[in-house]
Ligand binder design. Sequence first.
Ligand code: PEP
Length: 254
Amino acid sequence: MRTKIVAGNWKMNLGYKASIQLAKEIENQVKNTNQNKTRVLVAPTFVNLKGTLEQLNEGIVEVAAQNMHQAENGAFTGEISAEMLVEIGIKTVILGHSERRAYFNETDKALAEKINTILKHHLETIFCFGEVLEDRKAGNHFKVVESQLKNALFHIKSDDWSQIILAYEPVWAIGTGETASPEQAQEMHAFIRNLVAKQYGSKVSNTVSILYGGSVKPNNAQELFSKPDVDGGLIGGAALNVADFMGIIQAANL
Ligand code: PEP
């Protein structure tokens, strides 16, 4: 059985106190949820990672970073290394988010290097990818997703897949209120799983969790998560509200 995962990407939102408060509220509610079967993660900004981690009880709600530089250390002003994250207890890092690709010129080549750094430091990544609207309209979405995966990820070894969570995030659905239909999500997730199967075999493809991201809300989560190849979600806006985030976690638990 694949792990169901709901991860909240808080982006550049919430100060120190607000991050701790939200994380603790989520933790309390997850604790009170009977038989929570879903892995729950939240990703505060870098400055709030340690404070948030320290206020949570091990494991009920996990804390992930939103990014990481590929180099071990050096003259990269404003960047954070894997070792720095590991030292404060971070185990999971979101990589390749479309906002990083669009606003910070993150390329497949840089992402391939980041993946190598993740593996070297025994971290886990939630690796994001997905097509923009023009690609979808032109019918190029499968081609785009295939090249993003092949160029940044498919150089890893079979054993490395235990450190990888995939997150398909069609860019046109992120923060727009526009969601891929459950059928569109399933179609792409099945395509992705098949790509992994072709390259690495069914043992890997059947165990990797593939999350959907793009305007997931409590009212559409259940239908999206009911699809056989959708293993949970990466959540932006709705992750900033306890009731909404809990609604999404409950949908994953069904
Ligand atoms: C995201 O930023 O990864 C995301 C899916 O955002 P939203 O849920 O707000 O569309």
